[in-house]
Design a protein around this ligand. Sequence first.
Ligand code: XIL
Length: 456
Amino acid sequence: MIGKPKKNALLQLFSLGVLVALVAGLAVMPVAAASTLGAAAAQSGRYYGAAISNGRLGDSAYTTIAAREFNMVTPENEMKMDATEPNQNQFNFSGGDAIYNWATSHGMKVRGHTLLWHNQQPGWMQSLSGSALRSAMLNHINGVMAHYKGKLAYWDVVNEAFSDDGSGGRRQSNLQATGNDWIEVAFKTARAADPSVKLCYNDYNIENWSAAKTQGVYNMVKDFKARGVPIDCVGFQSHFGSGGMPSNFQTTLSNFAALGVDVAITELDIASAPATAYANVTNACLAVARCVGMTVWGVRDSDSWRTGENPLLFDGSGNKKPAYTAVLNALNAAGPVATNTPTSVGPTPTRTRTPVPGTPTATPTRTPTPGSSGSTCSPVTSTITAPFTFDGAGTFCWQAASLGAYINSWNMASVTINGVNITNLYVASGSYPAKINGFYYIGYTGNFAWSHFETK
Ligand code: XIL
């Protein structure tokens, strides 16, 4: 009669011992590193996304990687104005919906990109101005946002509205010409159209804290917050040259976050994808509590808009590149600590970390020999076969022979062709001078980060 309770007590003691040992064991057991980018980012409450193209959803090599690795999707072109409203007040969501359905069926969230932009406007919009354009612009926001109401995590309400001319001011565009208040009116309209989605301003070349353009956007966001204009987030496109990000990018992210907005890296690609450069960008985001996630602008190098620059995390055969491993390791090193407080306003806590060695500034992929200016420059110093890319600063004389080619340029302070400034031109345009065969005197001004020029 007295033995039984003793045995029970012993058993209990033993069980307790096992439990204590188990708990102790668990406490010291290392947490298994995540094996995909999305899962690794989720450990600190962040996402890792990719730009997805509807035209590639039939490619199983592409969708296998995308479905495995990412947990956020940005449609690369399918939610832009020319796609969603090809004719005035006739909306088309076929491409956007295809991507939305693919993403959500794989458990991913979607970032809408973009409601208003000076590029990729449908022809009818390009020819509007004044109050007709202003009301068409608001009708576009309402039409597109109504369709996706309650479905998206973020909307890039306005894309690339600031100039690269070093003034810190607005870019000249038909939208800007409707009045300087076009951006705040757009954000107010967007908030009313769908109060559930986070509303973002998105731009490139705003990563360097010392750049006038960065300061211009910062002051706009500060002003919006002070006056109650609804803005929730700022996207930093982060199209970098091989030198990677400006060394003060983390400062920029922290300073914007301190205004009371989320920040995100929205279109990341880095020429030649150096592993260290990718790790640096990842760590800059991880160090800022309100940096909610990172998105790469494409899956494989063969999917990138930056033809021939191999700027992404997977090669054309779908193999993981060294940059992939660098990003995954950085995300895993951030560990399972929930550092994100997306609703907090005020100073951003930053983690202390060992500084990562800086990367050299962008090296030109070729050294152009100076040509001479004028519409018939000579001697011809560059034989260019499209597609052709050039990163760096300098001048050269180019004879264009068989164009179909057009100019694609971005992330630069200035590029001139025969004296015509073509900064930040993405899309072929019939009126564009380099659409014509002939001789072109190309001049670059290296930006704080890099310059880039290509033909297609
Ligand atoms: C690019 C797409 O990747 C290309 O397919 C398209 O031809 C042009 O636009 N900034 C942006 C993105 O906000 O929408 C751009 O995407 C790249 C630069």
